[in-house]
Design a protein around this ligand. Structure first.
Ligand code: NAP
Length: 312
């Protein structure tokens, strides 16, 4: 694919930004990739591993003359970064982000952007439980969805150009409004993460009782939970603080279903359990048919694909 942007600036150099840099380079999508991270440590690692063409010491310097600026910091840090870069943006530039929550990010970022730049939020549905500039890899977005979330006055050409970039990085794209995105993600990602955190917490409490048997005999189901629950604490704290309404709505429904299953177990209602598990099995088949997971035994663990694990 041909070059989409002359100069792209990545603000924050963690898993998502570093994967974007590798994926952009793989397909030659940007003439120059400039990076900025908050800590000197991360900036130094980025320089040592040649993650970007140039690593700057301030965010304002990194966005100077960039055609595309992508905010790749935790959701709770977006506003401060937008405030800092606002005055330094090039007229006509596109500003995007990769945050796992969209309504709160749009509200936090939009007021700090000058009228002569295009704001096109986005969210790649791909990730692992690893963080930092060394954790990225070019294939992370291959065949995964990136949700593009145009805001009210997003320029069509700017939206199309960002879509070209994500497709060039291997992703499938879909457009959604911010509120709908947040509800869908509360179901498919945010609430499941909370449940994994809870299950691992419960097992940890139990471990004290059973003297490490929980870890020793942990079967695949629990191991998957521990992997999800190893995801970055700052990122996930910010997701729940910023997608409060949708997550609480889904958690409420989840609790009701859990009580219904609890009652079925207590009353020995095998029909209820069997019907429920038959319905959920069909959902799993649908995900495999949509090419979003493998039906290999043990989730294809014998041939792991690095990007198949989590994703906010
Ligand atoms: P990450 O690997 O933890 O990297 C975060 C980056 O943001 C680091 O460079 C960090 O700088 C910087 N940062 C952290 N706090 C900051 C602050 N207060 N001000 C300025 N910079 C700050 O994170 P990530 O997994 O790439 O996630 C980045 C974004 O992508 C988040 O908004 C997340 O919701 C979203 N996302 C994540 C996933 C996933 O599964 N991981 C998937 C899709 C979208 P230092 O290294 O210098 O501390």
């Amino acid at each position: 694919m041909a070059q989409v942007y002359e100069r792209a600036a990545l603000i924050g150099l963690g898993l998502i930004a570093s994967s974007m840099s590798h994926a952009m380079r793989r397909a030659g999508l940007a003439g120059e990739i400039v990076g900025y991270a908050r800590s000197e440590d991360t900036r130094q690692i980025a320089r040592d591993i040649n993650l970007c063409d140039r690593v700057c010491d301030t965010a304002a310097e990194a966005v100077k003359d960039a055609d595309l600026v992508v905010l790749c910091v935790p959701v709770g840090a977006m506003e401060a970064v937008a405030r800092e870069i606002g005055p330094a943006l090039k007229p006509g530039a596109t500003v995007s982000d990769v945050g796992s929550v969209k309504t709160a990010v749009v509200e936090a970022v939009a007021p700090h952007l000058p009228a002569n730049v295009h704001f096109v939020p986005a969210h790649p549905l791909a990730g692992t439980e690893h963080s930092g500039p060394r954790s990225g890899f070019a294939e992370l977005f291959d065949d995964r969805y990136c949700i593009i979330v145009p805001v009210e006055d997003s320029d069509r050409a700017a939206v199309d150009r960002l879509t070209d970039l994500w497709r060039g990085m291997g992703a499938r794209t879909e457009e959604m409004d911010a509120e709908h995105h947040d509800l869908v993600l509360a179901v498919t990602s945010h609430t499941p993460h909370l449940i994994a955190y809870t299950m691992v917490g419960v097992a940890d409490d139990l471990r004290r009782v059973t003297d490490s048997e929980v870890i020793k005999y942990s079967a695949a189901g629990f191991r998957d939970f521990t992997r999800i629950a190893a995801s970055d604490p700052v990122m996930w704290r910010d997701v729940f603080l910023n997608n409060k309404e949708a997550t609480l709505e889904i958690l409420g429904r989840f609790t009701e279903e859990l009580f219904a299953l609890q009652r079925a177990i207590r009353q020995g209602d095998g029909d209820h359990l069997h019907d429920y598990f038959t319905r959920t099995r069909a959902i799993r088949r649908g995900i495999i048919e949509a090419g979003q997971d493998t039906d290999a035994p043990d989730f294809g663990r014998s041939k792991p694909r690095k990007g198949d694990i989590t994703g906010g």
